[in-house]
Design a binder for this molecule. Structure first.
Ligand code: FMN
Length: 253
């Protein structure tokens, strides 16, 4: 997954083309597999809508994303643990799609939520964000260039800006996991995750006004990068809720 983490970037300009049969099959099998729906605390059941090439079932994105071939989303209760799981489960899929050459972009603001919610969500449930996906076009369109100027996607905080180190050994042991978390996407590139490295590693968020919901999704996304890197590095870790922080990572020997 490290390779996909490094390669991934938000794609907002796609080639007008349906998903290939192989890719549709891959995604359908992936989302039907219960293992892939498991969050840290709850299951997140994913849906895919493939776009008709004639544009008849289009989801509006206010011109910010062009010609995507499909969207993936889930409906969840509006609760912190579900929002964290939403980021965790969907980002793993984003990385799997990156691996097989499918471009993606998380959308939390620039999509028409209402019609999707009324069609798919049960009373009280939300669709906090969606993933648009498809085949990346080589050029960027104007709105994409503008959004990239505003969100400065390549810019990430230095590790020292979001990490408090209380135990240097733990920090050294997990430096690659923290670096992979640093590369995670977040709403408006706000990178709200804050971590305290002691004997265990604790996760918090620095929420900005109007980003309360997104920062919880962002935390789940960041934690998925951390977790998948740890697994790839052969570490056995447990992520649990914590009383004084939001999450705590415990290394299991
Ligand atoms: C929860 C979430 C919501 C997002 N919402 C939008 C959105 O509404 N419109 C958009 O163009 N990009 C959106 N993005 C993409 C971010 O702007 C992008 O991930 C960030 O700027 C970092 O750039 P990168 O993904 O290319 O690394 C969202 C990302 C996340 C994680």
């Amino acid at each position: 997954m490290k390779e996909a983490i490094i390669k991934r970037e938000s794609v907002r300009n796609f080639i007008k083309q349906p998903l290939t049969t192989d890719d549709t099959k891959f995604i359908n099998e992936y989302i039907a597999n219960e293992e892939n729906q498991k969050g840290l605390f709850n299951d997140i059941k994913l849906n895919i809508i493939e776009m008709n090439i004639d544009g008849s079932n289009k989801i509006g994105t206010y011109g910010f994303v062009k010609n995507f071939s499909g969207i993936i989303f889930a409906t969840i209760p509006n609760r912190q643990d579900y929002l964290i799981d939403y980021g965790f489960v969907l980002e793993k899929l984003v990385l799997e799609l990156t691996r097989i050459g499918i471009g993606t972009c998380w959308l939390g603001g620039t999509f028409e939520r209402k019609s999707l919610v009324s069609k798919y969500a049960e009373e009280g449930d939300i669709i906090p964000a969606i993933i648009v996906l498809g085949y990346q076009k080589n050029s960027r369109h104007l709105q994409e260039r503008i959004i990239r100027m505003v969100a400065k996607p390549k810019k990430r905080l230095d590790v020292s800006k979001f990490t408090t180190v209380k135990n240097l050994n733990t920090f050294e042991d997990y430096s690659e996991e923290i670096e992979m978390l640093r590369l995670a996407p977040s709403a408006s590139n706000k990178q709200p995750w804050r971590i305290t490295v002691d004997d265990s590693i604790y996760f918090d968020i620095e929420t900005k006004k109007n980003y309360e919901m997104f920062s919880k999704i962002d935390l789940g996304i960041g934690v998925s990068h951390f977790y998948l890197t740890a697994v790839e590095n052969g570490k056995n870790i447990n992520i649990v809720k914590d009383d004084n922080h939001i999450l705590k990572i415990i290394s299991v020997d």
